[in-house]
Design a protein around this ligand. Sequence first.
Ligand code: P5A
Length: 438
Amino acid sequence: MYLSKLFIPITKDLPAEAKIKSHQLMLRAGMIKQSSAGIYSWLPLGFKVMKKIEQIVREEQNLIGAQEMLMPTIQSSELWKESGRYEDYGEEMLRIKDRQGREMLYGPTNEELITDIFRSSIKSYKSLPQILYHIQWKFRDEIRPRFGVMRCREFFMKDAYSFDLTDQDAKKSYNKMFYSYIRTFNRLGLKAIPMSADTGPIGGDLSHEFVILAETGESQIYADKKIFEIDLNKYDFSDKSLEKMREDFSSIYAVTDEKYKEKDFSKNVKKENQIKTRGIEVGHIFYFSDKYSKPLNCLIDTQDGKKISVKMGSYGIGISRLVGATIEANYNNNIMKWPKSVSPFDVVIIPSISKNNKENLEKAEKIYKELKKQNIDVLLDDVDENMSNKFKKHDLIGIPYQIIIGSKSEQNKYEFKELNSESEILSLESIKSKIKKN
Ligand code: P5A
């Protein structure tokens, strides 16, 4: 893609409510545009990053055998009345009437709808276990939408739902998802801490929040540094090993302020290992057994001819929130550097261009074609402006690698720079292998 053709409305004007870095940067780099309070349009650059995050989440869900589907954003109120959550959900639920006067709502989550789908088709223990998920917009009429995409009213979520015959089996599904979440956040270049959590309006008695460290996060967190030392490669995919993994994580102190007790923290965590900071919740998993299947009468025939309510859990990842959270975790000294796995482009070529010298641009175009042939997603900055402005712009856009075609390039060798490090003069072959080495 040529930068001159790309729709990136970079702007300097920031609204007063853009208080945190990710919000400012997403607006400045033209990634999003607010359409009304807590509701955003995703412009090409922001959308590209979000799609990359979505794809990694999808791949990791598929790896544990979860099956993708798609449920609608608009739901009927009937099911929510059956579960008893129609009143409980309160003002956060956006309620709509259709032309027939039927009560509809914009789904804030999908426990009821998926239970209805399940009860109408699955009747036997033989079809269990199942994990279904979708990636879909949600709406919660948050009282204070803020921090850009972090706390929105309309946001993009991956939500999965597990169905098992017994509580014991259901915990196995929970563990699989736990494992998948740690893997997913690792691939996104984030270190997420699983923390035992309260269940709020979703319900149940087993729940973990996955939180990444960031000063601007909404939750206060207390944890032991040792949690970062757990190596996921130690565990295989057997039920026993996954149970051990969850126990290992749970044995290390990590809580949000709801569960924090100073006495426990100082007793359990060595002074030098204490993490006391703020964090962003990027995922949340719940085990709630028959909280929805019971009122919705979602029954399964057991092997010995009885009927029991299916045991369920639900598992969310805030995909749109993750775009902002990734920025919060990686922004440093006015430079944004995307993790390679989610960067909007793999590399940018920045030629120094002037009116009477098009030589550098021609060189850049040749390299561009070469890299494209290798399936490298490359951006060419063909805009005619001075190099210092270009560099400032690319510090904002955050593509991790730059090929700079200017005074330092030699015959068939070019200046290559990884953001936040010194540049080197390299052949195109070495550049290609550096870019591909991830
Ligand atoms: C789990 C999946 C649920 O809704 N039901 C289906 C369960 N959990 S949750 O914790 O309420 O939300 C899951 C994740 O969605 C993100 N999120 C948000 N992102 C942006 N703006 C919001 N207002 C918002 N609310 C929730 C979070 O990442 C959360 O972990």
